[in-house]
Design a protein around this ligand. Structure first.
Ligand SMILES: Cc1cc2nc3c(=O)[nH]c(=O)nc-3n(C[C@H](O)[C@H](O)[C@H](O)COP(=O)(O)O)c2cc1C
Length: 332
């Protein structure tokens, strides 16, 4: 079961996906506490990181206690990407992931993220530069291709393996699909067949059943879960228990659920400060309230509360409720 990534044995290959604005240190800490093979940071734009643009270093705040953190870097130029890789390695990253899948125009216009898939020669120079800059395992996260006419992920993966990449994560959509339609887990099999390094399936995996189907159709060596963990930091541990037989998480309910959310809220406020922390926390509070179908008026009160103390006093009423049946569908 599992595989080695450098000198690390990944016993349970259920990974937390990088989600910009979401997989920050407080959330990764929580997910790790329940159990996860790897947790991936939000992407760090190499240029902004090197120039110390405000807000960028917080994204790379790794947390010494979390030893399964992978740090994702994004950029278009091999030199700055290599430099950023060296810096995050010095900060304690255990794994470095190259973003070659983000469809955001901000990135693709700047010729990075998924746009790199359109210029494999340039992508190869960038991968070689990063892999050559650090002793850590370097991984690659990408999509099936740019569009349906250019599904070149198998070629890219083969090339990446040749350049020293140790694991490839494939989101089963093309760039031009953005997040529409369903992830095509079957199409990931062509990547699995093209390389000998571990291949991880990603996209629309929200629980044990979808993880199992994704693994079966793709032949992948593990799964990566993003939106399915929003409001459910225990989700990866649940999936791992179902598939790999690891101990299942104790999923908090009632007062335990209230306590978990209050602690997460507090962690966000102390990590970001009250102003930014309050804004970041709203997304997470919304997902937690979805779980128990908090009545709309109360939900509004929580999300518009004028001060953190008011949020805290509202949480028991908002959250100490039975969870509603979980949908196997993701919000778009
Ligand atoms: C809000 C949001 C932010 C994301 N940020 C990143 C990112 O920083 N780096 C990256 O490689 N992918 C990013 N993704 C893509 C996810 O990592 C993942 O590939 C995608 O959401 C499909 O997986 P899921 O269905 O499990 O969420 C982001 C997706 C969302 C919805």
């Amino acid at each position: 079961m599992g595989f080695d990534l450098g000198d690390r044995h990944i016993a349970s290959p259920v990974f937390l996906a990088p989600l910009a604005g979401i997989t920050d240190l407080p959330f990764r800490t929580l997910v790790s506490r329940f159990g996860a093979g790897l947790v991936v940071s939000e992407m760090i734009a190499s240029g902004e990181f090197l120039t110390a643009r405000p807000g960028t270093r917080e994204k790379a705040e790794l947390g010494a206690a979390i030893d399964n953190t992978s740090v994702q870097i994004a950029g278009r130029e091999p030199g700055p990407m290599a430099e950023a890789a060296r810096m995050v390695a010095d900060m304690g990253a255990k794994v470095i992931d190259i973003n070659m899948g983000c469809p955001a125009k901000k990135l693709t216009g700047g010729y990075s993220g998924s746009a790199l898939m359109r210029d494999p020669d340039h992508a190869l120079r960038l991968i070689e530069a990063v892999a050559g800059a650090v002793d850590l395992p370097v991984t690659l996260k990408t999509r099936l291709g740019w569009d349906d006419n250019a599904r070149n992920a198998p070629d890219l993966a083969r090339m990446a393996e040749g350049a020293g990449v140790r694991m490839v994560v494939i989101h089963g959509r093309t760039r031009c699909q953005f997040y529409k339609g369903r992830a095509d887990w079957k199409a990931i099999r062509a990547v699995r067949d093209a390389v000998t390094i571990p291949v991880i399936a990603n996209g629309d995996i929200v629980g044990g059943a979808s993880a199992l189907t994704a693994l079966k159709l793709s032949g992948a060596d593990g799964v990566m879960v993003g939106r399915g963990a929003q409001g459910a930091p225990w989700r990866l541990a649940e999936i791992s228990a179902e598939i790999y037989g690891t101990p299942g998480p104790v999923v908090p309910e009632g007062p335990d659920f209230v306590r978990l959310v209050a602690d997460h809220h507090e962690a966000m406020l102390s990590f970001y400060g009250v102003d930014l922390g309050t804004r970041v926390a709203r997304k997470h509070l919304g997902w937690y309230m979805d779980r128990v179908a908090t009545p709309p008026a109360l939900r509004r009160q929580v999300l518009t509360a004028p001060a953190p103390e008011v949020v805290r006093t509202l949480l028991p009423d908002a959250l100490d409720r039975p969870p509603v049946a979980r949908s196997e569908r993701l919000a778009a």
